[in-house]
Design a protein around this ligand. Sequence first.
Ligand SMILES: [Zn+2]
Length: 85
Amino acid sequence: MHIKQERRCVACRSAKQQNEMIRFAKINGNIVLDAKNNLGGRGAYVCRAKDCLALTIKKKLLNRAFKMNVDNSVYEKLLEYGENN
Ligand SMILES: [Zn+2]
C-alpha cells in the first residue's frame, strides 16, 4: 500500500517545512506527539503558529485527521508543547 506523506497543517492546510510543524503519529492505535519526527506511522501535522494550535484544539482537528476520537490528553500535550517550544 502506498502511503503519501502529506505534510499539511490540519488547521490552515498549508504545507511547510518539517521544522515549522509539529507532527503527530498513530502508533498501535494511539495518537502521540512526535516531537523528533522519528516515530513513523500515519502522521498529521500542525504548524507551530498560535492560531493553528488554537484552532486544532478548539475544533479537535486531529480527530478528523486520524478519523478517530483522539484523547483530550493529546490536545493538552499540544497546547503545552506549543507554549514551550
Ligand atoms: Zn497551520
